[in-house]
Write a protein that binds this ligand. Structure first.
Ligand code: PGA
Length: 250
């Protein structure tokens, strides 16, 4: 089970350090069996890395460039993230697909560069409300997985996150059977690409308004291997309660 926090563009130094320290001590305090990841904004990566010292919480970034280095003003390369101690990078989040016009082809190239730098990737997919209402959810999500998945994808370096765009930050979530349907389809697409065994091992996270109150139901579903959490990851108590409700405490 993976419990990943996407802090998005939130937090100044003191907030980030406090939040990371609270999460680190909660993870250390009891035996929790989840794999924890926190993904702060670029500006907090070094500080959060220090604050997490000694705790089994991996550090992740929220995006990276395709290139290792060069004339790309304002961008951050995967090698730089690795150098700061990141283990993961989120790619293709719907906010980046929408705000920065990122295509699945670009996400795929970014993922391959990230893997070359030694990072693992959390690749996001998900339909908009209009696409869901038009009955296109399965087609849209399948296409995004097929086109975003890097050629070197393996269970050990790639995680998929299904995040319906209309569920992000809205308090709305799909029904359990809708989540199961998409996750099963993602697994099927992965199987066709990677073979059944590798696809069976690859983690598929659900994201979109995950809270302590719905974590138990969402994370018990077939083919749901964890959660990518936005808003609720900014409060350590909520973040840890989601993990506990998902059955991560021994
Ligand atoms: P949310 O965001 O939990 O605030 O809905 C999830 C995400 O965008 O990763």
């Amino acid at each position: 089970m993976m419990i990943a926090g996407n802090w998005k563009m939130n937090g100044l130094s003191a907030d980030g350090v406090n939040l990371a320290k609270e999460i680190a001590s909660a993870v250390k305090e009891t035996k929790r069996t989840c794999e924890f990841v926190v993904c702060p904004p670029f500006t907090l990566l070094s500080l959060v890395k220090k604050a997490l010292r000694g705790a089994k919480v991996a550090l992740g970034a929220q995006d990276c460039h395709t290139a290792e280095k060069g004339a790309h003003t304002g961008d951050i390369s995967p090698v730089m993230l690795k150098d700061l101690g990141c283990e993961y990078v989120i790619l293709g989040h719907s906010e980046r697909r929408a705000d920065h016009h990122e295509t699945s082809a670009l996400v795929k190239t970014k993922a391959e560069s990230a893997h070359n730098a030694g990072l693992k990737t959390i690749i996001c997919i998900g339909e908009t409300l209009a696409q869901r209402e038009a009955g296109k959810t399965i087609d849209v999500c399948s296409k995004q997985v097929r086109e975003s998945l890097p050629n070197d994808a393996k269970a050990g370096n790639t995680v998929i996150a299904y995040e319906p765009v209309w569920a992000i930050g809205t308090g709305k979530t799909p029904t359990a059977s809708e989540v199961e349907e998409v996750h099963a389809q993602v697994r099927k697409v992965l199987s066709a690409k990677l073979g059944k065994t590798e696809a069976g091992k690859m983690r598929i996270l659900y994201g979109g308004s995950v809270k302590p109150s719905n974590a138990k139901e969402m994370l018990a579903l077939e083919d749901v291997d964890g959660a990518l959490i936005g808003g609720a990851s900014l409060k350590s108590a909520d973040f840890m309660a989601i993990a506990d409700n998902a059955g991560c405490r021994c």
